[in-house]
Structures are given as structure tokens and as C-alpha cells.
Design a protein around this ligand. Structure first.
Ligand code: FES
Length: 400
């Protein structure tokens, strides 16, 4: 078949379009009646790129700072994962963790280049969060040889040529830098052909993580540049303060460029008004996933009368009621499920991917407007994303 798309004329194209069903019927009637071989090339490629799960093993652990570690993960061939799934720089993987009686998922950006996954290595960076449940578990339990179950790579925070400019200004902090490390590695090894100028904001110079590697990549590759800006410290030849409109304009290339932002809520809150002043087309502004909301009752639209209340939620799976669990109004339904040891599907945990979708057949939930990405049709049929839904009454929930 020719790869070229021929535009004939409006009339001829419409006519050709109408002929498609006839052609399709002809092909179907001539096809063999024996079932397709499930191991065909299309299926095996799809399974390689999008496996249901990946069995991994920790190959190496490296200290980045006293509360941050890099984990090198490799396929666990003894459990059937022969190769790591390929990914796009900026994508994440989600881990399933059994912590006590709870079954929780957490996603981390793959901080290495896709090229390195061809040599059977992913690198992820884990920062120990204050009062963090999963990050503390990982710090205390993952060591060389630990076996881990992970998802396929997912997420859309990567360069998309139909939408993004080839010149990118990145903005990150200590929470968002792994995505840009992956982009910078991919630019330096030739996997990705874009120009990236990264504005990395930290409080102090010693707090900018992986700066040595970023500097090496910047020296090695003319298409990647890094600018540090420190809010609490003056450092010669470095910027001072937060990322502002004028700082972006100072380092942005001439002509069109995209702005990619990945970091914590404080970074987003500061960056959004500054970026708005740049008056870029919407498609040129990209944000990484917001992650779980830390304190939902502080949101202006949170129903304050529900604060401190706990409700009961009936959980239905495969047509059967499997449990009735307590759900606090200030915790997501996903967390309530996980705490009770009910394995619920989840990837992004921020309302974006739709992987956790469930059906609410009774009761009410609060969904912050900023993270309600559901289609109108879904919401009218009671579909909710438990990762960003908070109970406001007793409920009945059908999960997958
Ligand atoms: S886990 Fe992605 S929408 Fe809930």
C-alpha cells in the first residue's frame, strides 16, 4: 500500500469514502473463518508497548540527598517480564505496594532516557515526603533485589509534535525535575529532537537536585540549557527569586515556544499568572499532573459542613457487594479503598487518566472543579474518578 495520501477532489473523496463499506464487506467475505492467531505481530507489539503489568526488580539504589534516592529498576525475567516497555520522556509508571493490610498505588516519573530502557533500565527518583505513606515505605523496604509490580508507562506530559513547539521552556522545582531530566537525557542522546531551556527553581543552591547531571548534559548538548533560580539565596551568575514572566522572556528563544511546567502546587500557583501574561496560545502551555490534593477542605468550593465527617460506602464488584467501608469526607474514595486493602485500579491519582473510573449509584461526592476531567456523558451516568472524589454522604460504588 502506498504511504502517500492523495487528495483528489471534494466530490471524488466523498465518493471514495462511500465505497469503503463495500470494500470492507468484500475483504471480510474473503477472509478465513479460522480465529486469528493471538500471537500475531500486532498483538505482540501492543503487549510489548502496553503490558498489563511489568515485574521489575531493584538493581541499584543511589542516595541523591538525605531525603531523595534514585532507584534503578530492571525486568524480573523470573516472573515473565523479558523486556521493559518503551516510553516517551516525561511519562510515568505506577507501582502497586502492599503496605500492611493496604494495597496502594503510587506513580513516579521515569527520570532516565527511553534509550536506557532498551538496555533494560528505568531510573525513578523518590523523595521522602513529610508524613508520606508510600515514600516512607519505599525508603524502608526497597533495596537491591526487591521485587516490584509496576504498570506500563503512561501520561501525556511529553513532546507532541502536532501540538507543541520544537522550542520548549521548562519550569520545574524539586518535585518536577525528574520529567525534565528524562527529556534532557533524551535530547542529549538524540532520541528527542527539540530545544529545551529549563528554569529550575529551588530555595538554595545545595537544594537543586541532580544539578551535576543537568550541568553535564547542558555542556554536552547545545540543545539543552539549564538556568537555576534560587528564592532564598544569592548565588553569583545564577538567577534570584521565583520564575516570572520577565525571567521566562529573558531565556525564551525568539519566535514560538511551548512552556512545560511540572512541580508542586506552590510552583503551579506562582507560575500560572506569570505564564498567562505571556499571552501564548493555549496549546503551547503544558502542565504536569497535579498529583493528590494535600488538604481538600482548604479548597474554596469544599463543602465545609462535611469537614470531619465519616460516611459508609458499599463497594460492589462483579455484581456482588464485597464490602462496606468507612470513608472520611477529607479523603478520596481511592484512599478509603486502599486503606481497606481493596485493590482498585489507579495510575495518575489526579483525575486525568480515567483509569480508576467507577460508577456511583447512590449518594453524593465532592469533586474539585479543577480536577474534574470527566466527559459530560460520563458524569451524567454517575461515572466518577475515585482518586479525586470525596464522599459527602453514604454511598454505593461499583468498581472495576
Ligand atoms: S487514577 Fe487517573 S483518573 Fe484516577
Amino acid at each position: 500500500m502506498s504511504n502517500k495520501i492523495k487528495i483528489r477532489s471534494l466530490f471524488k473523496d466523498k465518493k471514495a469514502f462511500k465505497e469503503i463499506p463495500l470494500i470492507r464487506k468484500g475483504v471480510i467475505s474473503e477472509a478465513s473463518e479460522s480465529p486469528l492467531n493471538k500471537n500475531n505481530t500486532v498483538n505482540s507489539t501492543a503487549n510489548f508497548l502496553h503490558p498489563q503489568t511489568q515485574s521489575l526488580v531493584v538493581k541499584q539504589v543511589a542516595e541523591i540527598s538525605n531525603d531523595t534516592r534514585a532507584y534503578i529498576l530492571t525486568p524480573d525475567t523470573s516472573l515473565g517480564t523479558a523486556k521493559l516497555a518503551y516510553f516517551r520522556p516525561g511519562q510515568s509508571i505506577s507501582f502497586t505496594l502492599n503496605i500492611g493490610n493496604a494495597v496502594v498505588t503510587r506513580s513516579y516519573v521515569i527520570a532516565s532516557s527511553p534509550e536506557r530502557s532498551l538496555d533494560d533500565e528505568y531510573m525513578i527518583i523518590v523523595k521522602k515526603k513529610l508524613n508520606g505513606f508510600a515514600s516512607h515505605f519505599i525508603f524502608n523496604n526497597w533495596r537491591k533485589g526487591t521485587k516490584i509490580t509496576a504498570s506500563a508507562p503512561f501520561g501525556d506530559f511529553y513532546y507532541q509534535p502536532l501540538r507543541d513547539s520544537k522550542s520548549i521552556v521548562g519550569i520545574c522545582d524539586n518535585d518536577g525535575f525528574p520529567a525534565f531530566l528524562s527529556l534532557a537525557e533524551a535530547i542529549a542522546d538524540g532520541t528527542l529532537n527539540v530545544d529545551l531551556t529549563l528554569l529550575y527553581t529551588a530555595r538554595k543552591e545545595r537544594e537543586a537536585l541532580m544539578s551535576q547531571r543537568f550541568d553535564e548534559l547542558s555542556h554536552k548538548c547545545g540543545k539543552f540549557k539549564i538556568i537555576y533560580t534560587f528564592s532564598d539565596e544569592f548565588v553569583e551568575n545564577k538567577e534570584r527569586g521565583f520564575v516570572t514572566k520577565s525571567l521566562i522572556e529573558k531565556y525564551a528563544p525568539k519566535g514560538k515556544y511551548s512552556v512545560f511546567v511540572y512541580g508542586n502546587t506552590a510552583l503551579y500557583n506562582r507560575a500560572v499568572p506569570q505564564i498567562a501574561e505571556l499571552k501564548l496560545e493555549n496549546k503551547y502551555i503544558r502542565f504536569g499532573p497535579g498529583g493528590q490534593i494535600e488538604n481538600p477542605s482548604s479548597l474554596s468550593d469544599f463543602p465545609q459542613e462535611a469537614k470531619g465527617l465519616t460516611f459508609l460506602c458499599k463497594i460492589v464488584k462483579n455484581g456482588e457487594q464485597i464490602a462496606t467501608i468507612p470513608c472520611a469526607a477529607e479523603e478520596t474514595l481511592l484512599i478509603a479503598l486502599e486503606k481497606e486493602g481493596i485493590a482498585a485500579p489507579a495510575l495518575c491519582r489526579s483525575g486525568e487518566c480515567g483509569f480508576c473510573r467507577a460508577r456511583l449509584t447512590k449518594g453524593n461526592v465532592f469533586i474539585p472543579s479543577d480536577v474534574d476531567y470527566r466527559r459530560l456523558a460520563d458524569s451524567s451516568y454517575g461515572i466518577i474518578h475515585p482518586c479525586c472524589s470525596y464522599p459527602m454522604s453514604n454511598l454505593t460504588l461499583i468498581i472495576n
